[in-house]
Each structure stands twice: as structure tokens, then as C-alpha cells.
Design a protein. Structure first.
Length: 201
């Protein structure tokens, strides 16, 4: 959804944050292929709540195959007519697609030098695209890493105001098996980000 440039050296904790956003974005953009699934199956979590959720995802990935995940992703996010979930900020915030939250996002994307990837037709407020954007703003993929206060402003305006509800819904979705721990990771990570931004304010 976004067009990053080059990355630069950043603090280890910021690299970990960016990597988690990348992981979530990759899982949510499309069903993981065999290479991505193998990578996820090899993840190792620690004893923290987030680490345990990562371990569950890795274990789940070992019992999945790409064909299964294509069906699950379709049922959850695409469906016949629509999927079980509608993973767009505008929908969660207003009940409709392509509303004011998307216009606000596009305004901020223009200001921050973030462009759509050619050929991508999904609205930019898709949860996967927002995770990719946040990763790039942390890592400096769109120029320089964004200062923490500006990261917080972007997070609060475009992610924190709805993504926690989306990740809760993902955990509870009927079609979610592989994606249940993805939802758990997302929920925990959103809480960590919100708390860290609040402490840094």
C-alpha cells in the first residue's frame, strides 16, 4: 500500500516496534505464502504476554498450509459480498467506507511523503497499510524516522482510535483460526504502544 525508500539505523527498541508492525501488516494484507508461513513458524516468543502470543502464532503456523490460509483470509476479509470483518479505519470510525478518516489519512500521507504503491486499489486506511506506514515512520523508510511525538500523533489519529477494536473482533471472528493469535498480538501491541506513548508525553 505504501512506497518506502531506504532505511537507516535506529534504536533496537524502535527496530523491534517496526518489525512487529511489519509482521502484522504482512499477515493482514494477504494470506501468508509458504515462505512467510515458514518464517512465522520459526518465531520464538518470551514469557511476556506478547511473547506468549507470538509463540501461539508460531505453533499455529506449523499446523497450517497456504491453501488453508487463503480460505481463512478470504472468509475473514473479502467474502462473497463482504468478509466477516471490514478492516478499514473509516468503517470502524463512521460505519461507512471512504469517509472523512480516509481523507484525513491521505492529507497526512501527503505531508509525510508517503505514496500509494502503483496497482494497489485498496483504500489506504486498511489496517495492513496503516501498519506498514507506522513501520516506515519508525524506521525512516519514508525519509527520516519520525520524532516520537509525531509518531504518537499519527498513531492516535489513524490507528489507536480503532485498531484495538478491530484486533478484538479478529480474535472473536468465527472464521479465525490462524488469525486468532494475530488478533491477540495486535491487541497486546496496541496496548503497549498506547501506554508507551502516554508515558513519553
Amino acid at each position: 500500500m505504501t512506497e518506502p525508500s531506504s532505511t537507516i539505523d535506529i534504536a533496537e527498541e524502535d527496530e523491534l516496534r517496526a518489525n512487529l508492525y511489519v509482521l502484522l501488516g504482512r499477515m493482514l494484507a494477504c494470506a501468508p505464502g509458504s515462505e512467510t508461513l515458514e518464517m512465522v513458524a520459526g518465531l520464538k516468543g518470551d514469557d511476556s504476554e506478547l511473547g506468549q502470543a507470538i509463540s501461539v502464532l508460531a505453533s499455529t503456523a506449523r499446523n497450517c498450509n497456504p491453501k488453508m490460509l487463503e480460505r481463512e483470509h478470504f472468509d475473514l476479509f473479502i467474502g462473497i459480498g463482504h468478509g466477516e470483518l471490514t478492516p478499514y479505519g473509516s468503517y470502524y470510525l463512521t460505519g461507512f467506507l471512504n469517509e472523512k478518516p480516509l481523507a484525513n489519512l491521505r492529507e497526512d500521507m501527503g505531508r509525510l511523503g508517503i505514496a500509494r504503491v502503483k496497482g494497489v486499489h485498496e483504500p489506504e486506511d486498511h489496517i495492513a497499510a496503516l501498519c506498514e506506514m507506522m513501520a516506515g515512520l519508525i524506521s525512516g523508510a519514508f525519509g527520516e524516522p519520525l520524532p516520537l511525538d509525531e509518531q504518537r500523533a499519527f498513531f492516535d489519529r489513524h490507528i489507536g482510535c480503532w485498531a484495538p477494536r478491530f484486533f478484538q473482533d479478529l480474535q472473536a471472528a468465527r472464521a479465525a483460526s490462524f488469525y486468532m493469535p494475530v488478533g491477540k498480538i495486535g491487541q497486546i501491541f496496541m496496548e503497549i504502544e498506547s501506554e508507551a506513548f502516554a508515558m513519553a508525553a
